[in-house]
Design a protein around this ligand. Structure first.
Ligand SMILES: [Zn+2]
Length: 340
């Protein structure tokens, strides 16, 4: 089969890889209908994070089940399925508490490489959620978004305790940040402040429900949020970048007693203890337990109540994956969808 492999920073190739085969009795093999490039794939692409090269790439996927192993009970060949970036059993104590991304039996899908024609999915019954039927093509980007970028933005909003009547600020205007805006709207936020200085992203943020745009960053951005909230700060802030600056911006833009949901993969973030102590904010975040939200998100998408797939502003055949990485790296594209 054809699949994306990263050989080092800025070196993504599509090459012939071995077809995946059943390894564990709980595995499924799916034929990938669509995959995509994640903001987190850009960390190794930019040389900020080392992988074991060459590394198969991709952890967001939707597709049709081709084959299931002996112990798989609920997932059947022919079903259209959505899974998240951690395979999880969905039965252990951590999963049952809603933290499938820390399942005691979890397997990282990124190591298996979803930017490919075929994909082995471990713990298929726990990991995959089937749609009511095989979807029409126009639903594909929306369903693919549920696999990570929407699920992660949604978790950011849930972790930030977004609720009706609250003011929410979102730090980061990548796909996750934009979909955190959509999530905040769905969860009933009264006011949603998107922090972005890119006009096309500001426009999409507004279409997804942002009521205010703040272009300033760092301390100036914090000052603007305070101005907009009677000097108090937002009730809920979603951090969707993962840098020292964005994390401090999120904490400082949150009012005492408020909540920060941090879902940007933190790189070199060190929080000053004394400032944290006096801030009186709640911090909750990490790799999103997307599996918790998949049934609800698939339902919203299936009933055409949300259209998260609009963050895919570049669609390319899998063979042109390298171009998809480049466009995202240079911020020409918000997010690249790849079709095998
Ligand atoms: Zn589990």
């Amino acid at each position: 089969m054809r699949g994306a492999v990263m050989y080092g920073p800025r070196d993504v190739r599509i090459e012939e890889r071995n077809d995946p085969r059943i390894v564990e009795p709980t595995d499924a093999i799916i034929r990938v209908s669509a995959a995509c490039v994640c903001g987190s794939d850009l960390w190794p692409y930019r040389g900020i994070e080392d992988l074991e090269w060459p590394a198969p790439m991709g952890h967001e996927y939707v597709g049709i089940v081709e084959e299931v192993a002996a112990e798989v009970e609920t997932i059947k060949p022919g079903q259209f399925v959505v899974g998240s970036f951690w395979a999880s059993d969905n039965t252990c104590e951590i999963c049952r508490a809603g933290y499938q991304s820390a399942c005691v039996n979890r397997v990282p899908m990124g190591a298996l490489g979803a930017q490919a024609e075929l994909l082995r999915v471990p713990l298929a019954d726990g990991t995959l959620v089937a749609t009511p039927d095989v979807p029409s093509d126009d639903l594909l980007p929306n369903l693919l978004a549920a696999s990570d970028v929407l699920g992660t933005g949604w978790f950011g909003a849930v972790a930030a305790e977004v609720a009706p009547g609250k003011t929410v600020a979102v730090v980061g205007d990548g796909g996750v940040g934009l979909l955190a805006v959509l999530a905040a709207r769905q969860l009933g936020a009264e006011r949603i402040i998107a922090m972005s200085r890119h006009e096309p992203r500001q426009r999409l943020a507004r279409e997804y429900g942002a009521t205010d745009i703040v272009e300033e960053r760092g301390d100036d951005g914090v000052a603007r949020i305070k101005e907009l909230t009677n000097g108090l700060g937002a009730h809920s802030v979603v951090e969707a970048v993962g840098t020292q600056e964005s994390m401090l911006q999120a904490i400082r833009a949150t009012r005492p007693g408020g909540h920060v949901g941090f879902v940007g993969v933190g790189h070199e973030v060190a929080l000053p203890g004394m400032e944290l102590f006096w801030s009186l904010v709640h911090l909750h975040g990490g790799p999103a337990p997307v599996r918790r939200f998949l049934p609800e998100l698939i339902d919203l998408i299936w009933n055409r109540q949300i259209d998260p797939g609009r963050v895919f502003d570049l669609q390319l055949p899998l063979e042109q994956a390298a171009e998809g990485y480049r466009a995202m790296d240079e911020r020409e594209a918000i997010k690249t969808l790849l079709t095998p």
